[in-house]
Design a protein around this ligand. Sequence first.
Ligand SMILES: *Cc1c(COP(=O)(O)O)cnc(C)c1O
Length: 392
Amino acid sequence: MMSNGKVVYMDNNATTRIAPEVLEAMQPYLTEYYGNPSSMHTFGGQVGRAVETARAQVAELLGAEPSEIIFTSCGTESDSTAILSALQTYPDKRHVIKTKVEHPAVKNLCENLDKLTGQQHRITRLGVAADGTLNLDSYKAALADDTAVVSAMWANNETGVLFPVEEMAAMAKERGILFHSDAVQAVGKVPINMKKNQIDFLSLSGHKLHAPKGIGVLYVRKKTPFVTFLHGGHQEKGRRGGTENVASIVGLGKACELAGKMMAEENTRVRALRDKLEHGLLSSIPKAILNGHAELRLPNTSNISFEYVEGEAILLHMNRHNICASSGSACTSGSLEPSHVLRAMGVPFTAAHGSIRFSLSIYNTEEEVDFVLAKMPEIIANLRAMSPFWQG
Ligand SMILES: *Cc1c(COP(=O)(O)O)cnc(C)c1O
């Protein structure tokens, strides 16, 4: 445990802490300003104005128009809405292109499309290289006359690897194909300017950028055809029913404003901390391997495999020191399955099982990195001493 007794939180791609400024901005909308933004009275109207301020703050971060911002309940809802909208826009086109490393929000929607719509879909799952990057030639070859939509993430949540989504969107546009990008991990970490690309739909989620859980955004480009997913009241100009989650919307707006200001620090100080952690682990621990392209990557993420040990065992030992991270294997039905992302990259089983994702944020300190660097070699060495496969 750190001498100050605090947890060392390096699991920011799973969720982030709410920024104090965000909480402060939200508080009045959980107490005195409880009106319904759709109400005719002034009391509700002032709440409606707060929602519009937040919409402008989100739009500003993305280089978008406020009218292109739809508030949703989460990143998952945004992903589903975009893909299902595209399929309803083109009822005669049943081909969907995605990558093999999409978040479960896209992956599992696509696996269930036939059941959901009662129609047959053809799904192309684009593979990735060993470093997690995407090959544009195979993408181009997959674009077809019956392709309704492409869904490709901006940045991968497990490895941080970036995809050339702007280039991909331009190629889709030439063929009249709609393009969706899950940018949940990219927003606030890399610059995004929707005026400079042709992406039709973009998803983001509040709790990945220091706003609360349970609030998301779907960006829909002006003039891109859109079909509502949640039918209901006339909220969000009829594009998403349901009374607005006002406090969280206000919080997300504030978080976007902060993210714009902190992006430089994210790419300098946080990146330097990540690099120090990564270089330290790779040099002090034998048979430690970086997963994912070293440069084409988010500044906060480092996914490292420690060969011949189980990721979940590593996490348990890290947990004893109050260090939080994630592993690339999930315990499903009693057997340890390496993540679909590492499998798509062809990471060998001995390495995929022992992968740990460290994901930092602006709240991490150098002292914390030094603490993790001091603990990890011993944790790995102790586990390997018990492993029948390790011949160190
Ligand atoms: C977290 C995450 C999501 C899901 O967002 P929720 O708001 O938790 O539904 C989708 N895509 C990526 C890449 C994510 O990291």
